[in-house]
Design a protein around this ligand. Sequence first.
Ligand code: ACO
Length: 401
Amino acid sequence: VIDIRKLYAQTGAFTYDPGFTSTASCKSDITYIDGDEGVLLHRGYTIGELAEQSNFMEVCYLLLNGELPTADELDTFTHTITRHTMVHEQLATFFRGFRRDAHPMAIMCGVVGALSAFYHDSTDIHDPAQRVIASHRLIAKMPTIAAMAYKYSVGQPFLYPDNSLSYTGNFLRMTFGVPAEPYVVNPVVEKAMDRIFILHADHEQNASTSTVRLAGSSGANPFACIAAGIACLWGPAHGGANEAALNMLREIGTVDRIPEFIARAKDKNDPFRLMGFGHRVYKNYDPRATVMQTTVKEVLGELGVTDPVFDVAIELERLALSDPYFIEKKLFPNVDFYSGVILSAIGFPTSMFTVLFALARTVGWVAQWNEMITDPDQKIGRPRQLYSGAAQRDYAPIGTR
Ligand code: ACO
């Protein structure tokens, strides 16, 4: 049935590569990863330097434009993003259509997709100016939508953006502030949150980014493409992993139970995996996890939180990294291993973790989508398949089956 020669004749080449482990679907100037060395560069700058010295607005500018901004360029960009933080009043009615206990990611998939119904004037993908406006709108409105998803889930009124605050400070206020009460942004928490956004801003052709590109390759509008990316990100093997990692750490509960869970992760008959461990590309320490580990300590110290889960995480990492199974398979903590501990200390419920990831990754999705549209080699994405079903056969009328 599988006629490889015919496929070869049709295409000139045929590769069977489930999960695209060794097939590049595009070329890109945005992000570089050396998984063996644990290196992640955005437009040539290391993630460590960006997380330490830069801020999320600057990283957004860098990802979108290819160069770090001058002070004036950064001011203008920040001002533009700030101007777009409001969402259409009617969008609030969308939220009210969801069950009160809906998962915030379910709400995000629907509401972000619905943006294309509100912003018809920036959906012509062939007009560079409209692409810029759509990109700015998406980056700017995502914190507002994410905060609204949170407020809806806890039954509190939505807060309008306060554009005197930073991008991250504004998001924290819209999420945790209460109407008519002043909200003071904690600078340590603001810095930590901003750093988490930087760490999640882009990661080359991961599953959700590839989804955005694939959706965009048909000419779909940017809002629909980002909604597709959000849907893909929701899976526990991708953006849902930080939620799953924290749930796992809580389930382990105490340091003495760690060996039991390590044994389960190694057992081929048990589907259990150590969540927050392993990565398709990193076969060394994920450089983002290093920054996360430092940030956890800062946030827990600032907030005076003593969370036993953090002790479990540290000890689990130590034991796993000295275990031959994890050493041989090159399984190291990834960015999601510690992020849940920080987000929980800040006050986010686990159901919001992937929403925060989506918020931060929007700039990467948008930058990659823009790059794809302007790539002269761009074609509609259309993977081939290796057919393994029935050969041609005669239709049997229902009475004879
Ligand atoms: N715990 C235990 N064993 C693992 C783990 C883990 N977390 N991850 C991989 N392995 C084992 C697999 O069982 C497999 O063993 P085998 O060779 O004996 O069959 C081997 O390591 C390779 O695993 P694959 O699933 O083939 O590797 P792949 O590159 O496809 O998967 C993935 C990467 C999905 C991230 C995987 O490591 C995993 O499921 N990790 C847990 C979920 C997670 O943390 N995801 C977050 C990823 S980062 C992000 O999205 C931001």
